[in-house]
Design a protein around this ligand. Sequence first.
Ligand code: PPE
Length: 307
Amino acid sequence: MSDDGKYIWINGELVELEKATIHFLSSTLHYGVGAFEGIRCYDTECGPAVFRLKEHIKRLIDSALIMGYREFPYTVAELCEATKKTIAANGFTSCYIRPLVYHDGTCKSLNLDNGKPSVGIATWYWGNYLGEDAMEKGIRANVSSFTRHHPNVMMTKAKISGNYVNSVLARTESARLGFGEAIMLDPQGYVAECTGENIFVVRNGNIYTPPTATILEGITRDSILTIARELGYTVTEQPVSRDQLYSADEVFMCGTAAECVAVTEIDFRTIGSGRMGNITRNIQKTYMDVVQGRHPLSKGWLDYVHS
Ligand code: PPE
C-alpha cells in the first residue's frame, strides 16, 4: 500500500486521490486562503483511534471563522464522522489526517465573500515528523532569523494555510543550516514556538512554556500540560527568553506530527547533558501511552474509528 490513502473525502463524497483536484484559479492556491488541521490516528488494542478528534475539528472550524467565513457548512459532529469514514475507507490502522478548508472562489477577488468554504479530508501514513531517531535521540535546533507572526498581522490562533509560509521560510533555512527544526521568536523577541510544534523548557525541575498570546494553541501542548501536572510537575505558562533556552536543563517540542521530542542542542549550545532528559522522557512515554490507549487519560481523548 502507498503511504497515501486512496480516497479523499470532499464535501461529503469519497473521491479517488487522483481525481481530488482543485481549480488552477482557486484563491486558496494563489493567496493561501485555506485552513487546515493535523490529526493522528493510533493503532490501539481496541482498533484505530483518533486522538482528540473533536478538539481538532473544532479548531478547524474556528480557523475558518477567524479567517472570516460567516457560515460554515458542517458541524463538528459531521466532520468527526467524515474523518472516521475516511480512515475506514482507506483501511488505515494508524495514520495522519489532514482536513483542509479551501475557498471555492477564484483569485480574481480578494473578498472572502466571493466564494464558499469547501472541505476535504486526506489521510496518509506518517512516521515521526522530525525523523526516525528524533524520539530517542532528540534533535538539534536553531533560533530562526525569521520572526513569528504578530497576532494582528496573521491570526496566530488559526491554522490558516498562508500562515505557514512563515514556517516554510524558517524550516527551509534551518534544514539548509543542518538543523532538525527552527525555534521562532515572537515580534517582542520572546520564544514563541517552532515551525510546526510548541515548545517547553525545564529549569531546576520546573517546566515552563510560553503563554498562548502569539502562538498556535496546540492540542498536544494542552495534553502535555495535563500529563505533566498529573505526573506531579509544576508547569508555568510564562514568557521565555532565548537565553533561558540556552541555560535550560531540558527543552522539548511537541505537536501532533512530531509528538514529543527532546531538543539536545540549540544554536551550537548543548542543552543539559546533551541527551534526552528524565523529565522529557517521562512525559514522552506517558504521552505515547495516552495516545495509544494505555493510560486512564486515553478514555476521554480517544475516538475509536469502529465504535
Ligand atoms: N505550532 C505550530 C506552528 C504548528 O504547526 C503545530 C502543529 C503546533 C504548534 C502544535 O499543534 P498541535 O498539533 O495541535 O499540538 N503542526 C502540524 C504540522 C505542520 C505541518 O503541516 O508540517 C502537526 O503537528 O500536525
